[in-house]
Design a protein around this ligand. Structure first.
Ligand code: AMP
Length: 177
């Protein structure tokens, strides 16, 4: 994407101060997603990143990672795998619990969702501290896929969430704040 396009997309993201807690600058992507032209630009740009890499599964993190994650999977001709909050998936799952600013959180995937032949993109809408994606990465890795990529629509560079994620994994965002 060229810089003009990136700036256009960034302008469509609504900043909501003090949500969900005081001091947080929440990046609301719904204002970008509701714009049909922008949604298509995002979809095209995501596909461009992974075309030709043999991706077989896109793992989307509940719930905002389901939106563009499912679009990316469909456009690549790959399958979609939801990583969900505890107790939501009906069959046998594996889980990972991780530290949040206050307390802990857990995510789960079906244990048969990924196999050794899979090339996986794990997708979420936004990279903040990286804690959620790190847990998702560990979960996916425990199923021994052939290759794992990590992807976000956008990142908050001042939080440096990249350092939470393994240095040898390719991590891509479309744009950063
Ligand atoms: P983290 O584990 O800190 O990287 O947080 C990642 C998850 O929290 C992502 O799924 C984001 O959707 C959400 N999130 C965290 N901080 C923000 C923020 N400032 N604006 C929008 N979403 C956020």
């Amino acid at each position: 994407m060229d810089n003009v396009t990136i700036e256009k997309l960034k302008k469509l993201v609504r900043n909501v101060p003090d949500f969900p807690a005081k001091g947080v600058q929440f990046k609301d992507l719904t204002t970008l997603l509701k714009n049909g032209e922008a949604l298509n630009v995002v979809a095209d740009a995501l596909v461009e990143l992974y075309r030709g890499k043999g991706v077989t599964k896109v793992v989307g993190i509940e719930s905002r990672g389901f939106i563009a994650g499912a679009i990316l999977a469909s456009r690549l001709g790959a399958g979609f795998v939801p990583a969900r909050k505890p107790g939501k998936l009906p069959a046998k799952t594996i889980a990972r619990t991780y530290e949040k600013e206050y307390g802990t959180d857990t995510i789960e995937i079906h244990e048969d969702a990924i196999g050794p032949d899979d090339v996986v993109v794990i997708h979420d809408d936004l990279l903040a501290t990286g804690g959620t994606m790190h847990a998702a990465y560990e979960l996916v890795k425990s199923l021994h896929p052939a290759k794992v990529y990590i992807n976000f629509i956008c990142g908050l560079s001042f939080l440096d969430g990249r350092k939470e994620l393994p240095a040898d994994v390719e991590v891509k965002t479309l744009f950063d704040f």
